[in-house]
Ligand binder design. Structure first.
Ligand SMILES: *Cc1c(COP(=O)(O)O)cnc(C)c1O
Length: 391
């Protein structure tokens, strides 16, 4: 794809070619894993290709950053050693003591823990709001000054849908930035920067890596000044991904579009099936017409509704525990977004850290990360457990 303008190309094309020029010295079609902490200088300051030390920059990491920026349609991408490291550096790059954050009430538990337990004591104020309710967001923004509104859509674990454009419009009127954690949708389905958001963050651990073999994160944005601030703090604080992790992220991202279409089709089929089962009290999936955010999701997401489905069991917490313990293909584990199907009990696992807060989740809730296996096998797997719950 040398000299081809990728900006107008399909996302699947960009995923395979952005930042992926064959290696100039050897012609290697896949960018090498530059497993080197430092780079020879031809005389003091005589850097070859700008590389000096791998905390600052590394060619494999650069190849991933360029690839992800290309996929997102963002001017800049900066990758980190975890999603939380990305969030931490992003927020510290522009917040100062006395600033306030307005956070959605159904966000990743670790984000809430970082903001309440780490940022709070450093003087950053935190308020929680139902960010799907634009009226409630407007009231909060009118009552107090916020530096940033934090949106996660679809949210975790209830798959609630926020109208990004609507929140951006009120936030910008009140001088607040909008950050969207786009981890659940991935760039295959949703483009918050096009909807007006200032920054997108990812846990690349999930759909972007896609194979449950790395932990990573990224910050994507168009603003040059903010990019300089984030890049400065990334180097100053140092939570960078390794060259090998960057290479795995590159390999994962190449097939994102294929995988997410399959994840979405499997999840929709499973959600529709689960809605028919009497052992299930409620199914949360934005692709279902019964979901309160379905109309917005249909407009805001493109080509699918993602691979995560949450359900509430009619038999309460006990039934939820038996459900997650009884599947054979779905593996009982935290995390999501990998090719293999996973199942978990948020109240006791991923969301245990928000127990007793405004973000507490129902204890009969089970979250399924629907993988790319055959959909009939996945449906048969949940059916065999649900059948056993009747006995
Ligand atoms: C997993 C996750 C994070 C945190 O990412 P890590 O890579 O685990 O640090 C943040 N936001 C969402 C929505 C996540 O699912």
């Amino acid at each position: 794809m040398a000299n081809t303008d990728l900006s107008t190309a399909d996302i699947a094309t960009r995923a395979i070619h952005a930042g992926q020029e064959p290696d100039p010295t050897t012609g290697a079609v896949v960018p090498p894993i530059y497993m080197s902490s430092t780079f020879k200088q031809d005389g003091v300051g005589g850097l070859r290709g700008g590389y000096e030390y791998s905390r600052s920059t590394n060619p494999t990491r650069d190849a991933f950053d360029e690839q992800l920026a290309g996929v997102e349609g963002a001017k800049h991408s900066i990758s980190f050693s975890s999603g939380l490291a990305a969030i931490d550096v992003l927020l510290r790059s522009f917040l100062k003591p006395g600033d306030n954050i307005l956070l959605g009430n159904d966000v990743y538990g670790g984000t809430y823990r970082l903001l309440s337990k780490v940022f709070g004591p450093w003087g950053i104020g935190l308020d929680v709001v139902d960010v799907t309710d634009v009226q409630a967001v407007t009231e909060r923004l009118s009552a107090k000054e916020y530096a940033v509104v934090w949106v996660e859509t679809p949210s975790n674990p209830l798959l609630r849908i926020t109208d990004i454009e609507a929140v951006v419009s009120v936030a910008h009127q009140h001088g607040a930035k909008v950050v969207v954690d786009n981890t659940f949708a991935s760039p295959a389905l949703q483009h918050p920067l096009e909807d007006g958001a200032d920054v997108v963050v990812y846990s690349t651990t999930k759909y972007i890596g896609g194979h449950s073999d790395i932990v990573g994160g990224a910050v994507l944005l168009d603003d040059d000044d903010l990019y300089e601030q984030v890049a400065f703090l990334q180097n100053a604080a140092g939570a960078v991904p390794s060259p090998f992790d960057s290479w795995l992220a590159i390999r994962g991202l190449k097939t994102l579009d294929l995988r997410v279409k399959r994840h979405s089709a499997n999840a929709l089929a499973l959600a529709e099936h689960l809605e028919q089962r009497p052992e299930i009290e409620r199914v949360w999936y934005p692709g279902l017409e019964s979901h309160p955010g379905h109309a917005i999701a249909k407009r805001q997401m493109h080509g699918g509704f993602g691979g995560v489905v949450s359900v509430q069991l009619a038999g309460g917490m006990d039934a939820a525990k038996r459900f997650v313990a009884g599947t054979r293909i779905f593996t009982l584990a935290e995390s999501l977004g990998g090719v293999e199907s996973l199942i978990e009990h948020p109240a006791a696992m991923t969301h245990a850290s928000v127990s007793g807060t405004a973000l507490q989740v129902p204890d009969n809730l089970v979250r399924l990360s629907v993988g790319v296996e055959g959909k009939d096998d996945l449906i048969a797997d949940v059916d065999q457990v649900l059948d056993s719950l009747r006995g």
